[in-house]
Structures are given as structure tokens and as C-alpha cells.
Design a protein around this ligand. Structure first.
Ligand code: CS2
Ligand code: MN
Length: 356
């Protein structure tokens, strides 16, 4: 497997490239041009600059996370044509700089959602937490107010500049069913995958987090059946998956090792994280260690080893440890610990060790 680490860019991240290249066994950065809005073209020069910077730290830049999909594409509006054309141009430009995998998601309006970004774990560390009743009982307007009053609460998709448009966006989805969303995803992939084939760039969809519908918005990449349907939308190896054990692990029905076996040839990017589920639907992000959460990460790594996984892999989110001041979920320490946990299991298996 090809271990990498997510990096938000020079002005955007407390984690430096020079931190990442010190983590054992870690050869690349998953990066993006974070200043770009969904639907904008990523120009060759900008891409080259970032790729060169990553290379200058001895890391590869083969994975981009994410090229976000414009809402008009998800909504299936006529204006999607321009945004798909732009996406295609971005793919070509990324390919020219040696990018091999593009991670994206198809969640309407929001990326991941939590109700507390710094939930105390009792040992001085904090982690991202999701309290089901808070989301069920809060309107998007109330959540917007909460974020406006606590700017440090900002989640992806909820950035200050976007807040004022969120209600309008949610309204646009009023008549969009899950089936409509599937149709719009298929339309997008039918346009994009042939270009990917031409440029040898693999698309890898990230599952919805949490893997269920929120605020009445449809969410369609939530488990095994959805992944199966996704792979059939366009029958090509270029139409692939980012298998996130953290996002999918929030639902008790999701058997991650079974998915790794079933979709082995479509997983182009692995996100590994543990999560502790509670009976009421709440969940908290934990360390990677199997016993700390509800997902058996030992079994997850074993499944990747069983399929002979050679693709890209990274720790997903992490807790905030040792007083670290970082982007919520994206500190250095816990994710670096996660890498060592994964590599420990992997190296043991590589040496012919068994786990049972
Ligand atoms: C997630 C997402 O994996 C992660 O870190 O929390 O934000 C993910 O990056 C996007 O959904 C991928 O498009
Ligand atoms: Mn993930």
C-alpha cells in the first residue's frame, strides 16, 4: 500500500510538508487547490506550483482530495454543462502533472457534519462528535446561527462566505429525490470517465458522512448496496471508490472488511479511521486502535492485505492531542499514530504473521 497524508496547503494547515515527510512509511500528500470554488478550472500553472512544492519535500502528489463537484451538477441544472466541461479540463490539467487519483463526493450542500468539533474525551484530548438528536431537532437555520456565533465551529461546506447561501441551496433540493441524484451522478460520470480513461486518472467517490440523510437532503453513497450501484453506473475501473472506514463505520450495518473484499478492484483510495457508535445513533471519533472504537481496524488492514492492496491509503481524521492547535480532525499527532498502527499490522502480515 502507498501511505499518504492529507495536506491542506501552505497557508491553510498547521501541518507542514516537512512534518509529513518525517512520518515513517509516508510517501505522499493528498492535496487540493483549496482556494478554488467548485466548478472553477484548476489551471496548469497553479497545479504545477503545488506539485513542485510537494515534490521538493520528497513526497509525491499523485492523489488530489478533493475536486469538488458544483451543486448544479448534483441538481442536474442546464448550467451543469459548463461545470462538467470545467471539471474535465481540470482532470486533464491534473493528469499533466502526474495526478493518478481524484477523490470527490456527491453529497448535496454539505460535506461531513458533526455537532461538536471538540468533544472532551476525559483525558484532555478532544475529538469530532455527532449527536443524533441535535441534528434531528435542529433546523439548518439554527445550525447556521450556531456557526455564526462560534466561527471556530466551521465545517467543510459551512464556510462563512457560503453560509448566507445555504438555505437557498437546501430549498433548491426540495424536489430532488435520491433517484434524481443517482441520475445526475450517472450523467456526470458518463461525461467524465472517458476522459479519465484517456488520461489514466482514476475517480474515487467518498461515501457520505454520516451515511444517512440529513436535513431532508438525499444521500446516496451510504453502504454496500450503494457502492455496488455506483460501480455499475459506468462499468470501468476508472469509476472507483474512496473507501472511508470512518464515514461508513458510523452505521452498524456497514461491514467494512466485506466491502474491501467485494470492491477490491474499484478501491483506489483507502481512508482508515475508527469511530465509536452509541445505540442512539451518536458517534465519536476515536484513535485508530481496534479496541477504542466500534470498527475493528485490525480486520480492516487484514482485508487490505488479503486483497494485495497496492493503492493509496491514509489515516482519515484524528483526535486533537497534546494541546495541538489544528484544523478540527486534521492534527498531526493522532493521524501519525494511526499510520504507525496501520503499518505495524501491515508489516506483521508482510512477514507472514497471522492475527488469529
Ligand atoms: C472527509 C471528507 O475524508 C475526509 O477527510 O471528512 O471531508 C472528504 O475529504 C470529502 O468528503 C471527499 O470529497
Ligand atoms: Mn474519509
Amino acid at each position: 500500500m502507498n501511505m499518504i497524508f492529507r495536506w491542506y496547503g501552505e497557508d491553510n494547515d498547521s501541518v507542514l510538508l516537512n512534518d509529513i515527510n518525517q512520518i515513517p512509511g509516508t510517501g505522499g500528500a493528498a492535496w487540493a487547490l483549496h482556494e478554488k470554488q467548485p466548478g472553477e478550472i484548476w489551471e496548469k500553472e497553479k497545479i504545477e506550483q503545488t506539485v513542485d512544492l510537494i515534490h521538493s519535500h520528497g513526497l509525491h502528489a499523485e492523489v488530489v482530495e478533493s475536486v469538488n463537484v458544483h451543486e448544479d451538477i448534483k441538481l442536474g441544472l442546464p448550467s451543469r454543462e459548463t461545470y462538467i466541461d470545467n471539471y474535465v479540463e481540470t482532470i486533464r490539467n491534473l493528469a499533466a502533472s502526474g495526478v493518478k487519483v481524484i477523490c470527490y463526493n456527491f453529497m448535496p450542500v454539505f460535506d461531513w457534519i458533526r455537532t461538536d468539533l471538540h468533544k472532551e474525551l476525559g483525558d484532555g484530548s478532544t475529538a469530532l462528535f455527532y449527536e443524533n438528536s441535535q441534528i434531528e431537532n435542529i433546523t439548518p437555520e439554527e445550525l447556521i446561527q450556531k456557526i455564526t456565533e462560534n466561527p471556530e465551529f466551521t465545517m467543510p461546506g459551512w464556510e462563512p462566505g457560503r453560509l448566507e447561501h445555504i438555505q437557498g441551496l437546501i430549498d433548491q433540493y426540495k424536489d430532488i429525490t435520491a433517484e434524481d441524484l443517482w441520475g445526475n451522478l450517472q450523467y456526470f460520470l458518463e461525461r467524465v470517465i472517458p476522459v479519465c480513461k484517456e488520461c489514466d486518472v482514476r475517480m474515487a467517490i467518498h461515501p457520505d458522512d454520516p451515511p444517512w440523510s440529513v436535513f431532508g437532503l438525499p444521500r446516496i453513497i451510504t453502504g454496500r448496496n450503494d457502492l455496488k450501484r455506483l460501480t455499475a453506473l459506468v462499468e470501468s475501473g476508472y469509476n472507483g471508490i474512496t473507501l472511508c472506514s470512518g464515514a461508513l463505520g458510523a452505521h452498524p450495518d456497514n461491514d467494512i472488511p466485506a466491502m474491501i473484499h467485494e470492491f477490491h478492484d474499484r478501491i483506489h483510495f483507502a481512508h482508515v479511521r475508527n469511530v465509536r457508535r452509541f445505540h442512539n445513533g451518536d458517534f465519536i471519533e476515536t484513535s485508530h486502535r481496534a479496541g477504542d472504537g466500534s470498527v475493528d481496524i485490525v480486520e480492516v488492514i487484514q482485508a487490505y492485505h488479503d486483497i494485495g492492496y497496492t493503492g493509496y491509503i491514509r489515516p482519515d481524521h484524528g483526535r486533537h492531542l497534546w494541546g495541538e492547535n489544528c484544523r478540527p480532525g486534521y492534527g498531526l499527532y493522532d493521524r501519525a499514530l494511526g499510520i504507525m498502527y496501520m503499518l505495524g499490522i501491515w508489516d506483521h502480515l508482510e512477514k507472514g504473521g497471522t492475527l488469529k
